[in-house]
Design a protein around this ligand. Structure first.
Ligand SMILES: C[C@H](C(=O)O)[C@@](O)(CC(=O)O)C(=O)O
Length: 483
């Protein structure tokens, strides 16, 4: 075979042209990006305060690192190099399964990339040149779009791959843009992201659902920043990383000649993500809403009333059955927040949505026999029309239907929820996301500080470090400390 230098793959060219040349202009897009930024920052602060396991994982990687001019990790007094910062922030945002998500042939969390974007933006702003809130928001719009366009029609899970490959690609592209790499350097860095491929998604699925699903995004963010930094320093890429016969991504792992993309990259995704109003796997959230409604109507959370339940039927999408329908013991918080039967049982018994502490091994529900008892009475089936509408870009429903059958032969209405709160088509979404942000921030910041953070996010000219300075918290000793 002739060892000719290949042209850059079209996928690399298109992502690069988009990330360097696209201009975000519409005000609805800026406002969507602000809301996404607030939500993701809130999720990071929430994990820091409510998820000890998350802190242990970050500590294990950071050791005692600190960098005097480093990016400031929100909620802490850590100053980190951008790679460590991307790991830590990406993990904090994602760990509690509360950050925004997007369905499609592949599902995923577009805000995972903020781990890389904010780490890099803050680090550049402190060390090299001004980076404004507007730059940060623009990078978010672009990362969301790249990840979301790939998610729409390409099922990475069908190849065993985890969707964080897209976090890696989207974060690499936007880190390169923020760092002002040339187009050639950007394509080189992107080629590394594709060559890196994806971890196996077995850590997200039964019987191996483990906490790695919560730090995989941090890992992807960290590698993305590393590729951008390497290529900035002149490291070469592999122009045909995807299309090279035999060894490229397509021949090696994709078993197909290309990806399918729904439309040219623009700014659709940021305006259509699903904001989670409860920390739970996204495909189960409308079932939780239905279960809460039923719990209130039939007082399932009252005393022994749950014992009158004979059967619970959940109709759902193929994605739900593939990702979160599980029988048998649940072994960890990750296993529980990825189990639709656990989510519905807790919602029925509590009469409200599960919270982070409800998943803990020593939490109130993990060892409550009522939960398993109810789980055993559930039947989860696919409703093909739900799957179709979920994949239909115009409808994008996230439907579950829940119906309870009682021992006396009666049954409840079949409660169908198509657009749960958090969906862009649900009018309650914006106020709910604003409430969630305030609740998450008020763990750490005073009400006045929360108002200042909101007005900083609204100030497009503000240097990013001014925001991250306000988000930083001193430890009681006033010195740099680990989490
Ligand atoms: C996007 C999903 C979620 O809402 O958490 C997902 O469950 C998707 C998946 O497992 O494929 C996730 O863990 O990222």
């Amino acid at each position: 075979m002739a060892n000719e230098q290949p042209h850059y793959d079209q996928v690399l060219v298109d992502i690069t042209d988009y990330v360097h040349d696209f201009k975000v202009e519409t005000s609805s897009c800026w406002s969507a990006a602000r809301m996404a930024l607030m939500d993701a920052v809130g999720c990071a602060i929430e994990s820091l305060h409510k998820n000890a396991a998350c802190k242990n994982i970050i500590n294990a990687v950071l050791l005692d690192s600190s960098d005097i001019n480093g990016m400031r990790l929100p909620g802490t007094d850590l100053r980190l190099n951008p790679m460590n910062g991307a790991f830590a922030l990406g993990t904090l945002i994602r760990f509690s399964d509360h950050n925004d998500s997007l369905g499609g042939a592949e599902s995923g969390h577009p805000s995972d990339s903020l781990g890389a974007i904010l780490a890099v933006a803050d680090w550049i702003d402190r060390n090299e040149r001004l980076v404004t809130i507007q730059d940060l928001l623009e990078a978010m719009v672009k990362a969301y779009e790249i990840q979301g366009c790939f998610q729409t029609e390409n099922a990475f899970h069908a190849h065993g791959m985890d969707h964080v490959i897209l976090v890696k690609v989207a974060s690499t592209a936007t880190a390169c843009w923020l760092l002002r790499l040339t187009k050639k350097q950007t394509m080189d860095a992107l080629s590394h992201a594709w060559m890196d491929s994806a971890p196996l998604r077995t850590y997200r699925s039964s019987p191996n659902t483990i906490s790695r699903k919560g730090w995989a995004a941090g890992d992807a963010c960290m590698r993305a920043v590393m590729f951008a930094m390497l290529c900035r320093s002149g490291v070469e890429g592999a122009p045909s990383a995807l299309t090279a016969p035999r060894w490229g991504f397509y021949d090696s792992v994709w078993q197909s000649a290309s990806f399918s993309l729904p439309r040219p990259y623009a700014s659709w995704v940021i305006q259509n993500v699903f904001f989670k109003t409860m920390p739970a796997e996204g495909h189960g959230i409308s079932a939780v809403e239905a279960a809460i409604q039923l719990s209130h109507e039939f007082r399932c959370h009252d005393g022994d009333r749950w014992k009158d339940i004979d059967k619970i039927r959940i109709r759902s999408t193929a994605a739900t059955l593939r990702i979160i329908s599980k029988a048998g013991p649940l072994h960890s918080p990750a296993d529980r927040d990825h189990c639709i039967q656990f989510l519905v049982a807790v919602a029925l018994l509590k009469g409200s949505a599960p919270e982070i502490s409800d998943y803990a091994d020593d939490g109130p529900w993990a060892n409550d026999p009522k939960v398993d008892d109810l789980r055993n009475r559930m039947v989860v089936v696919e409703e093909e029309s739900f799957t179709r509408d979920y994949l239909d870009l115009d409808r994008r429903t996230a439907t579950n239907a829940v119906q309870i059958y009682f021992n006396d032969g009666t049954a409840t209405e079949d409660i169908i929820v198509e657009h749960p709160v958090g969906h862009s088509k649900n009018p309650q979404t914006r106020p709910a996301v604003q409430r969630k942000f305030k609740d998450n921030l008020e763990h750490t910041y005073s009400k006045d500080e929360v108002l200042s953070i909101i007005s900083m996010i609204e100030n497009e000219h503000l240097p990013v470090h001014v925001l991250t300075d306000l988000l930083a918290r001193r430890s009681s000793s006033g010195v740099l400390s680990r989490l």
